[in-house]
Design a protein around this ligand. Sequence first.
Ligand code: SF4
Ligand code: SF4
Length: 360
Amino acid sequence: MSLVFFLPINKASMKGGFKKLLSKIQSRERMLPTDTVAVKIHPGEEGNSSYVSSDNVNRVIEALALGTDRIFLTDTTVLYPGKRMSAPDYLHLTHEHGFGLPWTPPFIIADGLRGGNETIVKMPEDFQTNEAHIASIISNSDAMVVISHFKGHLLTGFGGALKNLGMGCASRAGKLYQHSSVKPLINTKKCTACGICASHCHVNAISIRSYASINTDICTGCGECLGRCPEGAVRVSWDQNMSVFMRRMIEYAYAAVSVSNPLLYVNFVTSVVPDCDCMKDTNPPFVDDIGILASTDPVAIDMASLDLVTAAPAAINSPVNAGAGTDKFSAYRPEINGILHLSIAESLGLGSMEYELVIV
Ligand code: SF4
Ligand code: SF4
């Protein structure tokens, strides 16, 4: 059983709260002054406001007192158009969101100019993935700290540390591989031919006549059209696609862990909105802010985060009418079995779904 340390939100703003939480994690003592440490974050898509703020990232780093000043923040480029698609645009965005010098340690794009800088990781023979493509900056660092925002996700139901590892540490080729099992379908009865999905498709796979249709030979499976359709007319055949996608993502999490020496995971269970920080705008949170968790086990910390959200009462403007004791993510997206990605991770030896929650 793994230990997960929990700092309730009312104690997070107290002096020394983060220090108390992170002092429980012993692995940071391994670092030498010459070691480089990657702090994997998600600095938020343009227009997004639910990401973990630079102030909170700084508070984690300061409280960790890693023993080296060679610390940098990092993330990878993405598949869809916007400021996170190439390194120069991405650095403008991180600047706008308060990440990078002079406010935080420097921000370095982990997979290079356009997502092509990668390390090939040979995978075990019984895995579906033969070779994983992990961002080279992550594999070249001496250690990694993974800071995640725990929230909903349109492909995995919810996302935290495992999502940050599996998708967030993959280079462009790795992301394409993971998404390629996800092929959306159009419900022609619901489609009004508004064209919104087509305008957000980065490879022009969607054409509009009397309804939208998707060229699955071109589609990369990025999932952007799912979140964009105002009519809920874009769906994924989850019974066929979901387990493949989640398995691939978790195999990538396994690869990221195997080359990055992760010291610890920190989950912010705050602004628990239905969609990830890749979305420009999202619905209000399911629950009021809960707190911050820390663990050396990425499976246990995500499981504990999910349990805390399930146990919490719904927030006043929650997008689902699901109170204490109900899984809000499943209520919001009943077609997605989010917990599957945790059980796959456990089966691959990434951690344990059983944990002991230690309140700090
Ligand atoms: S966004 Fe939805 S309703 Fe509009 S064209 Fe695409 S599938 Fe049809
Ligand atoms: S059709 Fe949808 S899932 Fe496929 S590439 Fe376009 S936006 Fe992404």
